[in-house]
Write a protein of this length. Structure first.
Length: 455
């Protein structure tokens, strides 16, 4: 049996393949014996990305990788490699690290406008989503200059420090609100600036000044969004799910077809509130200040919100289920935007509906379901989460399978007083049993969220 992890690091200037050092990663094969019993075969990871797991018999087993990943497979060769945005040698910001920007020639600021910071070579940055991200000195309505607009780089999900000596270039873009058919608002990139002389150190403050340039809207995408088709599946996410609306985004990044994990740049964004009727916006003009060779994707997402309470947990919390897909722009433009995949049906825990709170399900329950009514999934990911007493659940396991049932291995629910599961149906070109971390840009996904389950 051969297990290996060779990652592909994709920056703006180079793509580098490098082994993942697995010497400190827990890796084992769990072989089901029946009757809730499992046999464990310990593995040894090496610095060259290879793994030795002696004695694993032919047939089905579960490959346990790290803290939470479980792959249900019979494969004798498993590729754990994935695509990652940026440079492998880029350190992350770990303490408050400030970046202050003074940039002229802003498009006259509107209240719904947004800014995004993106470093294509390091995979760092994010869209700011308004003041909720803690940025300081936002422009006021009508302003045409950013003055001491300050962000904490360490607060970004992808916070690799910028290093001009490594070829990193910070790009800053303004997403300005426009008005489309039937008065529907959307945002596109109208201003763009770049800085190739920034080098950050952890905990530093860097100030830069410059000027935005205009971004011509020389591209177009025809968007015919069938919101009602997405909304019709929200009750299948969970009967108590509350519709959160439909969101359409065109995004780009280096190596876009490989969907590397990291930050990307939004070129167009459209949000349609719950209850919005289907809308055909026709051809929407937009621009792309980044290299066209990267490629770009349309990502359509429709969310359902589920509120949770659990015995012995004082703080209620919420979680989202999504019905979504990602495709290249050309394959979406001018065609009806419908969900290609719906949530799985009849999710059960030990043969009982997962849409009812249950107790006594044990710590090794069987989860089962039926295939979606719409679309043909290629595989499923089951996310097991437990309450933390905070506003979100904590993921304790992610199980990947082609089957429509899984028996939870031991130890996953140790110490959990309650839990809930998310079953994600996927349709993509990836074989999850041999390449579990290959995430192509073209895929569809639909979620189901269970009620609260008590072991």
């Amino acid at each position: 049996m051969s297990v290996r992890a060779i990652d592909r690091w994709i920056g703006e200037n180079a793509t580098v393949e490098a082994p993942r050092d697995l010497r400190t990663t827990r890796i084992e094969a769990l072989v089901p014996l029946g009757g809730g019993q499992w046999r464990t075969f310990e593995g040894t990871g090496k610095a060259d990305g290879s793994v030795v797991i002696p004695g694993v018999p032919e047939g089905p087993y579960v490959l346990h990788v790290g803290d939470v990943e479980y792959i249900y497979t019979s494969a004798r060769v498993v590729d754990l490699g994935g695509a990652i945005a940026g440079r492998k040698d880029a350190p992350r910001a770990t303490v408050p690290t400030k970046l202050a920007l003074d940039i002229t020639n802003l498009d006259p600021w509107q209240a719904p406008d947004d800014l995004q910071l993106f470093v294509p070579n390091s995979g760092a940055g994010q869209r700011m989503f308004g003041s909720g991200t803690g940025a300081e000195n936002w422009p006021a309505v009508g302003d045409t200059t950013l003055e001491r607009f300050t962000v904490n780089w360490a607060g970004f999900a992808y916070s690799s420090l910028i290093d001009a000596g490594k070829g990193d270039v910070l790009t800053v873009s303004q997403l300005s609100q426009q008005t489309g058919a039937s008065g529907v608002p959307y945002a596109i990139v109208t201003r763009f600036a770049s800085f190739d002389d920034i080098t950050q150190t952890d905990g530093s403050t860097v100030s830069k000044s410059g000027a935005f340039t205009g971004v011509p809207s020389n591209l177009s995408a025809s968007l015919d969004v069938h919101t009602t088709k997405f909304a019709s599946h929200v009750a299948a996410v969970n009967p108590k799910a509350v519709d959160q609306g439909t969101f359409v985004e065109i995004r780009t990044q280096p190596g876009n077809t490989l969907a590397p994990i990291g930050s990307s740049a939004t070129l167009l964004f459209l949000g349609l509130a719950a209850g919005t009727a289907d809308v055909n916006l026709g051809a929407i003009p937009y621009g792309n200040p980044y290299p066209a060779a990267w490629g770009s994707s349309v990502v359509v997402s429709h969310y359902g919100l589920v509120d949770y309470t659990a015995p012995g947990v004082a703080t209620p919390w919420s979680d989202y289920g999504v019905i979504m897909f990602s495709r290249d722009v050309a394959s979406v433009s001018g065609r009806p935007i419908d969900p290609p995949l719906s949530p799985v049906q009849d999710l059960e825990v030990n043969g009982k509906s997962a849409f009812s709170d249950q107790t006594g399900v044990t710590r090794t329950p069987r989860l089962s379901w039926k295939a979606p009514a719409v679309g043909t999934p290629t595989h499923y990911t089951i996310v097991v989460s437990k309450p933390t007493g905070n506003s979100i659940g904590q993921v304790v396991a992610m199980l990947h399978t082609k089957d429509t049932k899984v028996d939870l291995p031991p130890r996953i629910l140790e110490g959990a007083s309650a839990f809930y599961v998310r079953v994600q149906a996927y349709a993509s070109a990836v074989d999850i049993t041999t390449h579990p971390y290959g995430y192509p840009a073209d895929f569809a996904r639909a979620d189901v969220l269970s009620n609260i389950l008590v072991p």
